[in-house]
Design a binder for this molecule. Structure first.
Ligand code: LLP
Length: 421
């Protein structure tokens, strides 16, 4: 099978099912997720006491159910995500808590929701401590600390340092402990997520910062969370993080704290992308092939309304044409774009919006183009721009495809809108 980089540029099946059958049954564009891949990724992380899925990456109820059945707990960043977690079978409460709310603010609804359901809160600002303390004193909380530095695959996903709005600034920890005491909240854990696309070099620094902060908090600490950020290889030159080494650094930190405090500390990890990115594919149909001077364009029925990562971050996603053989399909350099009435609607672009080309097999109108590694931050970042319905989502489990979210209808597009009389 021909490949460009490490990815095949012909892909006729997803999890054993022909792409043409999936497209025929569910239409296009459709996100397809392979449940077995999600299970495999959760199992990779079994050394950690708790794998907590950052559902912002993919919060479809069927995906959450799959994650839950494979033993991972869940993080929520909004009242809506708490509602999803509960709808997928997670129970509020538990030790460690099944659902944790992690954010930098409470909007009024999320504050009411965490109070009503007794959801554990991971506070990312001093104001959250005040507001929760006032509404629900006597609770246990964890604190998300910004250690003063960060790292990410793009400036937009770096979540540490003074340009980031996330977490409690490390120098404010003592003040936040006093506020928590005053408000009757017990700080039982610390959390650090410094960015998506972590590497080991930065990790040693993060572990050092975690240890220092935990020692300042003292013996009330029962858990530390490494946050998310585990990378997945989107391109040939990308790699996975060395997981045993990643675990070892955190485990050593945890053990030093256990001996300082004389009790067990739970070690949590909070991946989003790692658990779901590779399980997901976006099936699209080529609807036009046109030449513009030097450039040949494949125009798809999916755009940045379906997958925003390329336009937002210049992210690279592997692509393949769904065909059985490369006969009569020589590779050609193409630009791949979507249907939106906006010139930035291009899947092959670099950060800054520079259009680039991709080597793909010759294809025509009616061929299916599969965009890979689309299970994380794909559907969830979709929009109705240009009044396009949100795509359908399908989960393949035990060799069977299940429609787990219907494509939006025209009625969905105008739901709630009113013309005043
Ligand atoms: N925990 C916290 C507190 C986070 O803010 C995030 C991601 C995660 C965990 C999960 O990070 P992951 O393991 O997925 O890297 N839309 C961007 C990613 C934004 C991530 C925001 N926070 C993208 O498409 O790359």
């Amino acid at each position: 099978m021909p490949t460009v980089g490490s990815f095949p540029v012909l892909q006729n099946k997803i999890a054993g099912i022909p792409v043409a059958d999936l497209a025929g049954q569910f239409g296009t564009p459709t996100f397809v997720y392979d449940a077995a891949k999600i299970a495999e990724r959760i199992a990779d992380l079994k050394a950690f006491d708790v794998v907590r899925f950052a559902q912002k990456a993919n919060s479809n109820l069927a995906v959450l159910d799959c994650v839950r059945r494979h033993g991972a707990l869940v993080d929520a960043v909004s009242a809506g995500e708490i509602h999803r977690a509960i709808s997928a079978g997670y129970k509020p409460g538990g030790d460690p808590p099944q659902i944790v709310y992690t954010a930098d603010i409470f909007d009024r609804k999320s504050l009411a929701t965490v109070v009503e359901h007794g959801i554990h809160v991971n506070c990312g600002s001093p104001d959250m401590i005040e507001q929760l303390g006032e509404a629900a004193p006597g609770r246990e909380i964890t604190l998300r600390i910004n250690p003063g530095f960060g790292h990410g695959h793009s400036q937009k996903t770096n979540t540490g340092g003074d340009q980031s709005k996330h977490g409690i600034w490390h120098e404010q920890l003592d003040e936040c402990l006093r506020r928590s005491d005053f408000r009757g909240l017990a700080v039982t854990g610390l959390h650090m997520h410094i960015g998506s696309g972590t590497d080991l070099e930065h990790l040693a620094e993060v572990c050092g910062a975690m240890e220092k902060a935990a020692l300042r908090v003292g013996r009330s600490i029962r858990s530390i969370s490494a946050g998310g950020g585990l990378p997945v290889p989107y391109k040939q030159e990308d790699s996975y993080v060395d997981l045993p080494q990643y675990f070892r650094l955190w485990d050593e930190t945890r053990k030093r704290l256990e001996s300082a405090f004389g009790h067990k500390i739970h070690l949590e990890i909070e991946p989003g992308r790692y658990l779901v990115a590779e399980s997901g594919f976006l099936i699209t149909e080529i609807r036009a092939v046109k030449r513009m001077g030097q450039n040949l364009f494949y125009l798809l029925d999916a755009g940045f309304n379906n997958l925003a990562r390329p336009v937002l971050y210049g992210s690279y996603h592997p692509m393949a044409i769904a065909a059985e053989s490369d006969r009569d399909r020589p590779l050609q350099e193409v630009v791949v774009g979507g249907p939106l009435c906006e010139s930035g609607d291009i899947f092959t672009q670099l950060e800054g919006g520079f259009v680039c080309k991709r080597s793909l097999p010759a294809a025509g109108v009616g061929d299916f183009l599969v965009i890979g590694i689309a299970g994380a931050y794909g559907f969830v970042m979709g929009s109705n721009y240009n009044s396009k319905p949100l795509a359908a989502e399908v989960l393949i489990r035990d060799g069977k495809p299940h429609l787990v979210r219907a494509r939006q209808t025209d009625e969905d597009l105008v739901r709630g809108e009113v013309i005043p009389v």
